[in-house]
Design a protein around this ligand. Structure first.
Ligand SMILES: Cc1ncc(COP(=O)(O)O)c(C=O)c1O
Length: 338
C-alpha cells in the first residue's frame, strides 16, 4: 500500500513543480511586454515611495571648468529600498509575486545593500527571504544583518570559497537544490529583468545630456542605463572594486543589443571593494557640506570623487552636461562609523 502513496505523492509533486516553473517562465515573458500590469501588492508598496529629483550641483569649481554636473537622486526614493535597489528589484519582485513563488533566496556581504533591500521588500510583500552571507558568522551581527533578521530574513553564512562558486548561478531557477516556490536572485539582483526598472530612472530625466555615470558592482545598473540612454550619450561606469575587468563581459552579457557608447573606468577603486582613504572620506564630507547631498564611501563617494578628478584633468569637453545617478546605499555607511 505504501508504494502507491509514494507514486501518487511523486506525481502530485512533479505536477506542482512543472506548473510552478511554467508560471515563472510565463510571467517572465509577460513582464517583458508592455501590456503587463504590476502586481497589486507591488503597486501598494510603490505608493509609499518619494520622487527621485534631478539636482544641478552648484559648485564654483564646475563653473570654472564649464561643466554641468547633475545628480539623479534615487537615494531619496525610499528609506530602505533606495537607489538602484528599487530600480533593479522592482520587476523581479513583480515576477516573483505573479509566479506564485513564496521564497526569495539571494547572496551578499555583511553590509549588502541588496540583501538589506530584499529583506525589507520580502517583509512588506509577505514573501519569505533567505540570505546567503559571505564569510563566517560574526560574533556580533552588523547593523545591516540585524535589520535583515528583524525583517524575517533567514541568514545562512557560507565560506568565501563556496560564495565564489554561487556566483555562477545567474538564472532565477538554476541554483542547485532549489525547491518549487523558491526563486533565486544572483548577487546584486543582476538579472535581465533588473534592466527594465533601471530604464525607468533614465526615462524620468527630461533634460538633454552628454554623459551618464553610475557606480558599478555587478554592472547590472550600468547595463540598464546603457540600454535606455539615447545612442549619442556616453555612459561611464566606475568600478567600486579592484580587478574589475570581468565587468566588461558581465555587462555585455546583460545587454539585449550591441552598444559601443560605454566604458568602465577602473582607476578609482581606492585599493578594493569597501576600501577607503582619508582623501576619499574628506571629499565625501566636503561634498556633503557644500551640496547637502550625503554620499557613502563604497559606491557613490568613489564615483563622485572620480568625476571631480576627471573634470579637473579636462577629461570632459567644456559645455558638457553630465548626469550621475545617486544609487543610495547610505545604510552601508554604518559599517564605517561603527
Ligand atoms: C549603493 C550601490 N550603488 C551601486 C551599486 C552597484 O550596482 P550594480 O551591482 O548594479 O553594478 C550597488 C550594488 O548593487 C549599490 O549597493
Amino acid at each position: 500500500m505504501s508504494w502507491r502513496y509514494i507514486v501518487v505523492w511523486l506525481i502530485i509533486r512533479l505536477t506542482l513543480q512543472t506548473e510552478m516553473f511554467h508560471n515563472l517562465r510565463l510571467s517572465c515573458d509577460q513582464v517583458k511586454t508592455s501590456k503587463h500590469t504590476m502586481h497589486p501588492e507591488l503597486i501598494k508598496l510603490e505608493k509609499t515611495f518619494k520622487p527621485s529629483i534631478l539636482t544641478k550641483i552648484d559648485d564654483p569649481l564646475l563653473v570654472r571648468y564649464e561643466i554641468e554636473l547633475w545628480m539623479k537622486r534615487d537615494d531619496l526614493l525610499h528609506r530602505v529600498i533606495s537607489g538602484n535597489k528599487w530600480r533593479k528589484l522592482k520587476y523581479i519582485l513583480d515576477n516573483v509575486l505573479s509566479s506564485g513563488a513564496d521564497t526569495m533566496i539571494s547572496m551578499g556581504g555583511a553590509y549588502s545593500n541588496h540583501l538589506h533591500a530584499l529583506a525589507y521588500a520580502g517583509n512588506a510583500l509577505g514573501l519569505k527571504t533567505t540570505g546567503l552571507i559571505r564569510g563566517e558568522q560574526p560574533e556580533t551581527l552588523t547593523p545591516t544583518l540585524r535589520d535583515m533578521q528583524n525583517w524575517g530574513m533567514e541568514l545562512k553564512f557560507v565560506s568565501r570559497s563556496d560564495y565564489r562558486l554561487l556566483r555562477q548561478y545567474k538564472r532565477y531557477d538554476d541554483l542547485p537544490g532549489l525547491k518549487p516556490q523558491q526563486y533565486w536572485l544572483p548577487e546584486g539582483g543582476a538579472q535581465a529583468l533588473a534592466l527594465k526598472g533601471v530604464a525607468e530612472l533614465v526615462n524620468e530625466i527630461d533634460v538633454p545630456y552628454n554623459v551618464f555615470c553610475a557606480p558599478c558592482g555587478t554592472g547590472a545598473t550600468l547595463a540598464g542605463i546603457i540600454d535606455a540612454v539615447p545612442d549619442q550619450v556616453s555612459v561611464i561606469g566606475f568600478a567600486a572594486l579592484k580587478h574589475a575587468g570581468f565587468l566588461q563581459t558581465d555587462v555585455e552579457s546583460l545587454l539585449p543589443r550591441f552598444s559601443n557608447n560605454w566604458q568602465i573606468n577602473q582607476d578609482y577603486h581606492f585599493g578594493g571593494f569597501a576600501k577607503t582613504s582619508a582623501e576619499l572620506m574628506a571629499f565625501i564630507a566636503d561634498f556633503g557640506h557644500k551640496t547637502g547631498i550625503p554620499l557613502e564611501p563604497v559606491y557613490t563617494g568613489k564615483m563622485m570623487y572620480a568625476l571631480y578628478d576627471l573634470i579637473a584633468k579636462h577629461y570632459f569637453k567644456p559645455g558638457q552636461r553630465i548626469i550621475a545617478v545617486h544609487t543610495g546605499g547610505l545604510q552601508g555607511k554604518r559599517g564605517f562609523t561603527a
